[in-house]
Design a protein around this ligand. Sequence first.
Ligand code: UDX
Length: 442
Amino acid sequence: MNPTESPRLTVIGTGYLGATHAICMAVLGFEVLGVDVDQRKVDRLASGEVPFFEPGLPELLTKALESGRLRFTTSFEEAGEFGDVHFLCVGTPQQPGSDAADLTYVEAAVRALAPNLTRRALVVGKSTVPVGTAKRITGVIHDLAPAGEEVELAWNPEFLREGFAVDDTMRPDRLVFGVASDWALERLEAAFKPILDLGTPVVRTDLATAELVKVAANSFLATKISYINAMAEVCEAVGADIKHLADSLALDDRIGGKFLKPGLGFGGGCLPKDIRAFAHRAEELGVGQAVSFLREVDDINRRRRARTVDLVREMLGGISGKRIAAWGAAFKPNSDDIRDAPALDVARTMHGLGGHVRVFDPAALDNARRAFPELRYGDSALDVAQDADVVVLLTEWSDFKEIEPDALAQVVRHKRIVDGRHALDAAKWRSAGWEYRALGRS
Ligand code: UDX
């Protein structure tokens, strides 16, 4: 096949990243086969159901299925026969009991796919992996694929954010192509043609650099968040105001305001595990000292959760027996993802200290209920605030930001609010008679 011809794509792993990638690529005009070992996931997607919360994606899945260009299967044999370019999109969670990334799914996907690669093809890694993984996988593919060295591996890290996954996939700010040959580059260019036609910048590089770009980017973002949260700790010690400090730094173009929002800190399925896996990998490589600051970034982030509980305790004079409304469960708004969610961490700690905690989240309630059945849940923000001694805002959903102080005052027992995300207008709440507290503000 001519490397510039439109390739047929497979997407191995139909979780958050894979499902989004498969759906968007089909909408962009490619023939796509989504592959997963989980029959239930495949069935749900094939019937038009997106198994997670992501704005805009269900509509695109319907469109892609109707076009006839998107199908799903559990058969790697079918994948090998169908695909010219195979995207690896399986998860790399943190290993239990270690900071290292768990590569079981990557390994399994490669070992299942490779024996079915009987002609020249490109395998493209999109999963976030420790640097050096691509080199090792190349050897496995060459050993197991009937087409041998005709099969090449490239790395194309994915930067999509939950809640903006469609936009980040269709209109990314950059594409990074880690390749070992011009042929691989041409294949990738063909596989991303509609996106390249938008003028999207491309960085061509080697496999190791492409693997590193992703963890370097997430480490930088995590560091920026922990930096401003470290400043919040200093502000608290001297009665200064982190909000004004952050606003002032943000006006410096060189610093910028993005990811400089102080508060409860970062969580989710990427930032926490990626910085830990990166530090772990750097130590293995003998350059642990170069990124040892990431351990501090992680510690600052964890302290934010403990400090939020302290703030509630200070306000109430103790947590045991108090009625606490916890607003938010997802790790960030516009998501139902509760992986390493700061909100649920805080809610569980307060529950463990004897607080009568009731949680509400606009999208993540089902996931939270399943993971933490010991917590109590309610039907709305006002419902959980009924007779509350304090309301604690933990995830900055706009539903919470829109609630008026007077409306909330009608249902609570005491007008006390802890704003864990600097999401509310402090002056407005105070002038409505509320005791308002936020991390890093006097
Ligand atoms: C992140 C990266 O942004 C994305 O590029 C990568 O592909 C996957 O990891 P995501 O996990 O979806 O994406 O969330 P993101 O929007 O980056 O937020 C991460 C966490 O940081 C959230 O818990 C958020 O609440 C927190 N955050 C973000 C802050 O605490 N302050 C900020 O200023 C920004």
